[in-house]
Design a protein around this ligand. Structure first.
Ligand code: C5P
Length: 297
């Protein structure tokens, strides 16, 4: 069984107060983009994982691996006694704010569900996904969706076209908990207040119209200031993308990847080449969105 599963970007990420369980209440708009990992599942006695691809050496292969945790969670829930040999082909940058680990967990759920013939519906898989991580239900669903709660409560959003993105990949990663902690620190120091947890109508109107200029004006990320404090070089990346003609640029999720909105496919290709030539990122990847979530191929 082989599953293809996309990365995500957050078009709006409004972060509210920290809750008693340590998570922050969110109001977000996710979009799945055409950067994919593949998760392959073969019958085996034990649960294990092997990782291939450019980012393979940055991902753990033990029980902390999210694809392994997803398989173990599904086996426990469905009463499956067999194991699985998982193989990940990583193309989504690691610790980049693109939910690559969540994508692998979602891919593993779909692949193991098919391999073990557990026959769980999408709703049950989505609730298991929510236990594995805040972004895992969205990696399962794909498309474009409003996210509430920790980000796990989803409502699909209508989109009237395809948007063209350039994802600027940074040389290193950022830890998501560290970025949220930095936001808490900045807020405690009086630099910014808790968000009103409203994504606003502008982003939804722009998406429905398929209007890139209008979407550019509506992009927003409350984690951006915290990510930029931890990695001051992000400012140059964002400024350079805008100077090179991107309609807009934002830090993706908790960063450090930056997502730039382009006018069309040709503009995205040019922008990616220019960002790499300007040496403000390790790599620049062209992607379109929205695309479907985790699917058997
Ligand atoms: O849910 P996930 O394991 O992906 O979250 C990673 C970390 O990000 C959490 O442990 C928490 O520190 C932070 N987080 C948060 N609020 C959210 C989502 C994540 O504080 N809504």
């Amino acid at each position: 069984m082989t599953v293809r599963v996309p990365a995500k970007i957050n078009l709006v990420l409004a972060v509210g107060a920290k809750r008693s369980d340590g998570y922050h209440e969110l109001a977000t708009v996710f979009q799945a983009i055409s950067l994919y990992d593949e998760v392959e599942a073969r019958a085996a006695a034990e649960i294990s994982v092997a990782i291939q691809g450019e980012y393979a050496d940055q991902v753990p292969t033990g029980e902390s691996n999210l694809a392994v945790r997803a398989a173990a969670t599904l086996a426990g829930y469905a009463g499956v006694r067999s194991g699985v040999r998982l193989r990940l082909r990583k193309r989504i940058p690691v610790a980049g704010g693109l939910a690559g680990g969540s994508a692998d967990a979602a891919g593993s759920l779909v692949a193991c569900d098919a391999l073990w013939e557990t026959g769980l519906g999408r709703a049950e898989l989505s609730s298991l996904a929510g236990r594995l991580g805040s972004d895992v239900p969205f990696a399962l669903a794909g498309g474009t969706a409003l996210g509430a709660g920790r980000g796990e409560r989803l409502t699909p959003v209508m989109v009237g076209g395809t948007f063209h993105w350039v994802v600027a990949v940074a040389a290193g990663g950022l830890s998501t908990p560290a970025v949220y902690a930095e936001l808490d620190r900045l807020r405690a120091a009086g630099e910014g207040t808790d968000s009103d947890l409203d994504v606003g109508f502008d982003v939804l109107t722009a998406l429905r119209a398929g209007n890139a200029e209008a979407l550019a004006a509506a992009l927003r990320n409350d984690l951006e200031a915290a990510a930029r404090t931890l990695l001051p070089g992000l400012r140059t990346t964002l400024e350079t993308g805008r100077e090179l003609g991107a309609l807009a640029g934002i830090v993706s999720g908790s960063g450090p990847s930056c997502a730039f909105l382009a006018r069309d496919a040709e503009h995205a290709g040019e922008l990616a080449d220019e960002l790499v030539a300007a040496q403000v990122c390790a790599d620049a990847l062209v992607a379109t969105g929205p695309v479907p979530g985790a699917r058997l191929i």
